[in-house]
Write a protein that binds this ligand. Structure first.
Ligand code: FE2
Ligand code: FE2
Length: 247
């Protein structure tokens, strides 16, 4: 990695990158100028649009780029968000704490707008909105169902719901934060705006879950330990208390 000469406060760096096709190119860390970003966005969008209209099949030798990864990510999240929207009522119904039920209900309403934001992002890229099976969210939601079966209706029921909801939120946060970076690098400003808006709401939803857990729900779930004042006597301790000596 070599430092690039420049007058900016934070010096840009360049590094050589060899593509799969064997070409070597210099990649700079400097943010491209607005004009260059617009050109990049136009090229990226026309690339996916051409593929979509001709239904051109990619071959193994095709070199996929960031625009293809963003398209995949949009499909992945389109599948995930619709699945989350359908899964939330079960959690809302099981929630005992009114504030938790209200927070989940409000986030379900936001989830409907996330689906719309993804549809708007597809449209901005000239693509038809389409989901693609996401094994990660299927696994997280399957696990949430199992946890609810195990803990639903118990003292730790609400804590368990938050435990699962936060796994969902963190999955969404890691995906959307990556996608925001992709849209930024590709100069897709409208897509960037939609995804950033969703990311902000996911982070706020996670913060709300933390506040509820730490505010009262974990405390209420731990009451069992405090009330359990009649544990089975430890023979060793009993002997020590009465001054009896162990054999
Ligand atoms: Fe979401
Ligand atoms: Fe979410």
């Amino acid at each position: 990695m070599a430092a690039k000469a420049g007058t900016s406060e934070k010096a840009a760096t360049t590094r050589s990158k060899t593509t799969k096709a064997g070409r070597t190119k210099e990649v700079s860390s400097a943010k491209p100028a607005a004009e260059q970003r617009q050109k990049r966005a136009k090229t990226a969008v026309s690339k996916v649009a051409a593929r979509a209209s001709t239904r051109q099949r990619r071959t193994a030798s095709d070199e996929k780029g960031l625009i293809d990864l963003l398209e995949h990510a949009l499909r992945d999240m389109y599948y995930a968000e619709r699945k989350i929207y359908r899964a939330l009522p079960k959690m809302i119904k099981a929630a005992d704490d009114d504030e938790l039920a209200a927070a989940l209900t409000s986030h379900r309403e936001e989830t409907a707008t996330h689906i719309e934001a993804l549809e708007a992002s597809f449209e901005a890229m000239g693509l038809r909105a389409k989901g693609e099976k996401c094994d990660a969210i299927d696994g997280i939601l399957d696990e949430a169902t199992g946890i609810l079966e195990d803990f639903g209706g118990t003292l730790a029921g609400d804590a368990a719901i938050i435990f699962s909801a936060r796994a969902v939120e963190h999955y969404e946060i890691c995906r959307y934060s990556a996608m925001v970076g992709f849209a930024d690098a590709l100069g897709l400003d409208e897509v960037h705006k939609h995804l950033q808006g969703v990311l902000d709401q996911e982070m706020a939803a996670d913060a709300k879950m933390v506040a509820l857990a730490e505010g009262s729900i974990n405390e209420a779930a731990s009451e069992y330990d405090e009330d359990d004042s009649d544990p089975a006597p430890d023979p060793g301790m009993a002997a020590a208390k009465t001054g009896a000596k162990k054999a």
